[in-house]
Design a protein around this ligand. Sequence first.
Ligand code: C2E
Ligand code: MG
Ligand code: MG
Ligand code: MG
Length: 281
Amino acid sequence: EAKSGGPNRHCAFETAMQDKVTERASLEAKLRLAIQEKAICTHYQPLINLRTGAICGFEALARWTDSQGVFIPPPVFIAIAEETGLITELFENLLAQACGDALAWPEDIILSFNVSPVQMEDRLLASRILRILDATKLPARRLEIEITENALIQDPVDAARILDELTQAGVQVALDDFGTGYSSLSQLARYRFDKIKIDKSFISTYQNDERQDKIVRAMLGLGRSLNIKTTAEGIEEHGQLSHLLLLGCDIGQGYIFGKAMPAEQALDFINDRREVLTASA
Ligand code: C2E
Ligand code: MG
Ligand code: MG
Ligand code: MG
């Protein structure tokens, strides 16, 4: 078996590798073009104040459907953008667009925007962000950036400088995907985050799992004692929602409230929700 399977398998492996390389190269070329043509946009997923039911923000999520109508998942093209250095251009385009969209929202609704770990190595990151705020006239306090724990490991000194500069300008900082990266707790000691976002992997599974539930409680307790607001990602069911509310989680995000939607739909969402809230008040 080894005799006949060996060389063939080797051959198949090489072909598969070659296919992967070709596919990757063509995706990279398509991405370059898509960024140039501004074919990638952001959709907005509501962030809900769990106590009042009001919208407190929207998270901007990048969306790309290629010219053949194929949806490319963000983690796929963001990774390529990071590796090729295209991330800066993509980020600047999307952030400017999102700030413009956010201007149409009521003052108390913030824009939350993801910053990839690779971008934390860019010494100009803070000034890039502040320049875009300046150009679009979105007040700094209405912008929140989301960074993951992994973004802070590389070069803590530079990261601290970037976060300081942003924080001093009034931009808020959220720790995204909390609990899934490295050294979460040391990061919490080092930086003053405005928000902790508990990763959806904890939310989707904790309900029938006592240990997971205790972890969620501990994370919420940590936020409370450090005076940091907590967000739960990935809430899909009413059971999860009422449980999180009971545990004192501040903000909720998930399909139960709404998926990421185009800018016009986000405006409708704001108006519909206002009506619901006033009707129930
Ligand atoms: P993230 O920042 O943790 O964003 C939350 C992800 O969870 C989004 O996936 C969102 O659609 C998904 N999600 C929200 N609620 C639910 C739910 O109830 N159930 C389930 N199953 N999923 C839910 P998405 O849009 O596919 O983005 C994936 C990741 O890609 C993001 O994770 C973020 O790390 C990255 N990403 C997206 N847009 C950007 C961007 O503009 N810049 C950067 N640097 N990264 C981005
Ligand atoms: Mg995020
Ligand atoms: Mg997240
Ligand atoms: Mg996540």
